[in-house]
Design a protein around this ligand. Structure first.
Ligand code: DAT
Ligand code: MG
Length: 228
């Protein structure tokens, strides 16, 4: 099942510069706020994407007007999927392993694979190959290989999109409180956790990081209490 969420640009209520007028009984107060200089309060435009890769565009007002799609733009599907979740070296070094695993366990997803692993450079490069042309790529590879990571395979209906929501935005300062990155990190280059961005990449990444025999097929006893 494909979910679509589109919000027309014109319907978005917030802007990076806004004026507020407060009328009081005896006086009128005007306040103008400009958030442009605050990295944590950038224009909400970063939450929207023109990407048509995953979603059909919906034109609500006039033809050819580009719809802006809310990120994280994966809407939970009704399919059983697998997601590769990895606690990055900073999450391990900071003692956040239990906290991060707990969030996925509590949500109700099924853990199928789990290991502490020192990632070799070639595996990190393969995992992040789509980003190989980015200027930050060498630093990213250095970071991911700088210490052990915790590799996890999680299974469940809609787990890919749901895990991305639990993880939060790439930049932890833009990640919502309540998400892993929103609660536990402050910088993109130290954002503590990875999550697959599509069901296809979930399968690809689990096959990349786990060998045959490292994944368990099992049925949690709580399943009937999670799924009717
Ligand atoms: P995500 O991890 O949210 O899927 P991504 O796939 O775009 O984000 O990038 C992978 C990782 O690369 C990200 O977790 C941290 C790093 N990264 C991304 N953009 C970066 C940037 N502008 N500067 C430094 N590191 C960045
Ligand atoms: Mg990614």
């Amino acid at each position: 099942m494909e979910g679509v969420m589109a919000i027309g640009k014109s319907s978005y209520a917030l802007s990076s510069s806004s004026s507020i007028r407060l009328s009081l009984p005896t006086t009128t107060v005007s306040a103008t706020t400009n958030h442009r200089h605050l990295a944590a309060f950038q224009s909400p435009a970063h939450l929207f994407s023109n990407s048509s890769l995953s979603y059909r565009m919906i034109n609500t007002t006039k033809k050819n007007k580009t719809a802006h799609i809310f990120l994280p733009h994966l809407i939970a599907s009704m399919e059983v999927e697998e997601s590769y979740i990895m606690i990055k070296p900073d999450g391990v070094q900071r003692g956040l392993v239990g906290e991060i695993i707990t969030r996925f366990e509590k949500k109700g997803f099924k853990l199928k694979g789990l290991k502490l692993f020192q990632c070799p450079k070639d595996l990190a490069e393969e995992h992040y190959k789509d980003l190989s042309s980015k200027p930050f790529f060498p630093k990213l590879i250095g970071y991911i290989t700088s210490g052990p990571v915790v590799c996890m395979a999680w299974e469940g209906v809609g787990v890919v999109a749901s895990a991305r929501k639990l993880i939060g935005a790439t930049n932890p300062l833009q990640a919502e409180p309540g998400t892993i990155r929103g609660d536990l990190a402050i910088q993109t280059g130290r954002n503590v956790v990875h999550g697959s961005d599509s069901p296809e990449n979930g399968k690809r990444e689990i096959a990349l990081w786990f060998k045959e025999g490292e994944l368990a097929n099992w049925e949690p006893v709580q399943t009937p209490w999670l799924i009717e």
